[in-house]
Design a protein around this ligand. Structure first.
Ligand code: TRP
Length: 336
């Protein structure tokens, strides 16, 4: 029987397309967690308003994010997969938490300072209180595990502070949420240009998206940087070569990886062949996900059902929490 003691919550921003780094760094963990915990996975459409006030493309982006995550294996039957804006209780909790969040600490948040630099003409209060809304998302379900990357650690620390402050002021309602991942499972997915991690803001040609078509995948992989090959047996690999091996380990069979490791170590490696092999294995990995996501995205009725069912599950948990919140805050004036 699955362990239902820990509640998991995470939010996915509906900006940008899913890439291989998102898949191995985040979605794969969600898919594993759904078998073990009670999970709430949410599309953070309200958060996106802090930086993207134009809502023309929001619906499409929300549908795409849902489709891509489902195509990767997230099962709407097993988890609550929902839209942030469908759960009004979030906004209520956000309001209460705002009275416990101080301007000084919010202004010190690294992500806030970054956004101020990026959008100096749109420094709105929603941006400042972004971590408060994120806290509301999490503690609304009294979640303890939050699968997120390193960049969200400060937000999680703030969430613990706000939750504790609430508990001290009004009464124990919220457990402390903490960042969660399966340790060694958090693999680094290197970009194809020998640089850092695969990411959507960096070089588009160095990032493999789950929506890339076969030809584009091949083109991107074939462009990856290599050199003339090692001249000494068993030499240390340069970063950009190590990266190609890392990518291969994610999608190719062990035999294939071993063959190229051996070729490298005895200096007979042909990088052209290696990249061709990697390209084909990448295509085999990405194509079914892309096709599945496309099919889901075109099925509006199915997506509507998913969102409705997800919202229903999330609301149930949200309502139970908010009843407690109003009670300990003394806002239930009509209680006997
Ligand atoms: N801030 C997160 C991000 O930028 C998205 C997010 C919104 C989130 N609400 C959340 C993550 C709740 C975890 C829990 O990726």
């Amino acid at each position: 029987m699955a362990d239902k003691k820990n509640i998991v919550m995470s939010g996915i921003r509906p900006t940008g397309f899913l890439h291989l780094g998102n898949y191995f760094g985040a979605v794969k963990n969600y898919v594993r967690m759904q078998e073990e915990f009670e999970c709430y996975f949410m599309v953070a459409d309200l958060h996106s308003l802090t930086t993207h006030p134009d809502t023309k493309e929001l619906k499409l982006n929300v549908q795409r994010v849902l489709s891509e995550n489902i195509a990767c294996g997230l099962d709407p039957e097993k988890v609550a997969l929902y839209c942030q804006s469908h759960i009004y209780e979030t906004s209520e909790l956000y309001l209460y938490l705002n009275m416990l969040a101080y301007k000084g600490e919010l202004e010190k948040t690294v992500t806030f300072k970054d956004k101020v630099r990026q959008h100096p003409d749109n420094v709105n209060a929603g941006l400042l209180t972004y971590p408060v809304l994120q806290t509301a998302d999490i503690i609304l379900h009294r979640a303890t595990f939050v699968p997120v990357g390193k960049d969200q650690e400060q937000h999680l620390e703030m969430a613990r502070n706000f939750a504790n402050r609430f508990n001290h002021r009004y009464g124990e309602v919220f457990p402390e949420p903490q960042a969660f991942n399966y340790g060694s499972e958090l693999v680094k997915v290197p970009s194809l240009d020998g640089g850092g991690k695969m990411s959507k803001s960096e070089n588009q040609m160095a990032t493999l998206y789950l929506s890339d078509d076969d030809e584009l995948i091949r083109k991107k992989v074939m462009k990856a940087k290599t050199d003339a090959g090692p001249t000494e047996p068993n030499s240390v690999k340069p970063d950009y070569i190590e990266n190609i091996f890392l990518l291969m380990k994610l999608v190719s069979s062990e035999d294939v990886v071993k063959k190229f490791e051996d070729d490298y170590n005895n200096c007979s490696i042909r990088y052209g062949d290696m990249k061709k092999q990697l390209a084909e294995d990448m295509v085999r990995f990405i194509a079914p996900v892309r096709e599945k996501a496309e099919a889901i995205r075109n099925d509006e009725k199915y997506l509507k059902d998913v969102m409705e069912k997800g919202a229903e599950k999330a609301r149930k948990s949200a309502r139970a929490t908010m009843t407690l919140v109003r009670e300990v805050m003394g806002l239930n004036y009509f209680a006997p």
